[in-house]
Design a binder for this molecule. Structure first.
Ligand code: DX5
Ligand code: ZN
Length: 226
């Protein structure tokens, strides 16, 4: 089975966590029209992180909209026992599925299960988790996600030490795309991109801006993203 996958190249991925859920479809359309091709979906279970957010139902609700525009859905699972949910998210229309290294003793096996389900596989690490957790799976994963805030909420400040951590992830020399998530905005996007990030998630900096289209374009331009 061919992998669904994410578009290649440097990209800014709007996170719908900060969108207005009463009009989610038009919010997603807006960022697609602004040029976004990767839509980031934050899945939280009230266990790995305190909040409960989005499940496969919402992924399924936006899947056609995103795919018809040539976009892809990047699912970020901040959940315990991620193994149990891969099938449902793949079926709902996820193109990539990322799990946290801290949430499973079986990172390597889970990457294989995500590929079997037809999606690209990502491994995420929290700010307190060493890069070594990614190094061991860097040859098998499609995405290496460096959390630049403690996961759970949008709108937090970028943790400065993440910049140097991104450089160390870049130095692994893996073919996997490097993703950064948390506190990315127009002011730090250029530096984050220079540190090695290919995929830059931005939630509040886009959806909480007075003009989300202009905000997306400003961050993408600063990042040198398509
Ligand atoms: C945080 C989530 C992020 C969040 C980022 O736990 O994983 O994807 O939406 O939001 P901002 O860009 O506001 O930090
Ligand atoms: Zn996220």
């Amino acid at each position: 089975m061919g992998l669904a996958g994410l578009p290649r190249g440097r990209r800014v991925a709007p996170s719908i966590l900060s969108a207005d859920f009463a009009r989610l479809g038009s919010q997603v359309e807006m960022v697609l029209e602004a040029g976004a091709r990767v839509i980031h979906v934050d899945v939280m279970d009230g266990d790995f992180v305190p909040p409960i957010t989005i499940g496969p139902l919402i992924v399924g609700a936006i899947a056609d909209l995103v795919h018809d525009a040539g976009g892809a859905i990047d699912v970020h699972m901040m959940i315990e026992r991620p193994e149990a949910q891969v099938g449902e998210f793949a079926k709902a229309g996820a193109d990539s599925i990322t799990f946290h290294a801290e949430a499973t003793p079986h990172s390597h096996r889970l990457i294989g299960a995500i590929h079997e389900a037809g999606c690209e596989a990502g491994v995420a690490i929290n700010p307190g988790t060493p890069v070594a957790a990614l190094a061991e799976v860097a040859a098998d994963a499609d995405l290496l996600l460096c959390m630049s805030v403690n996961p759970g909420w949008g709108g937090q400040a970028f943790i400065p030490a993440s910049m140097e951590k991104l450089r160390r992830i870049d130095a692994l020399g893996s073919d996997a795309a490097i993703e950064v998530d948390g506190g990315v905005d127009a002011a730090n996007a250029a530096e984050v991109s220079a540190a090695g990030a290919d995929l830059m998630v931005a939630g509040s900096a886009i959806f909480r801006a007075p003009d989300p289209v202009a905000a997306y374009r400003e961050i993408a331009a600063a990042a040198g993203a398509e």
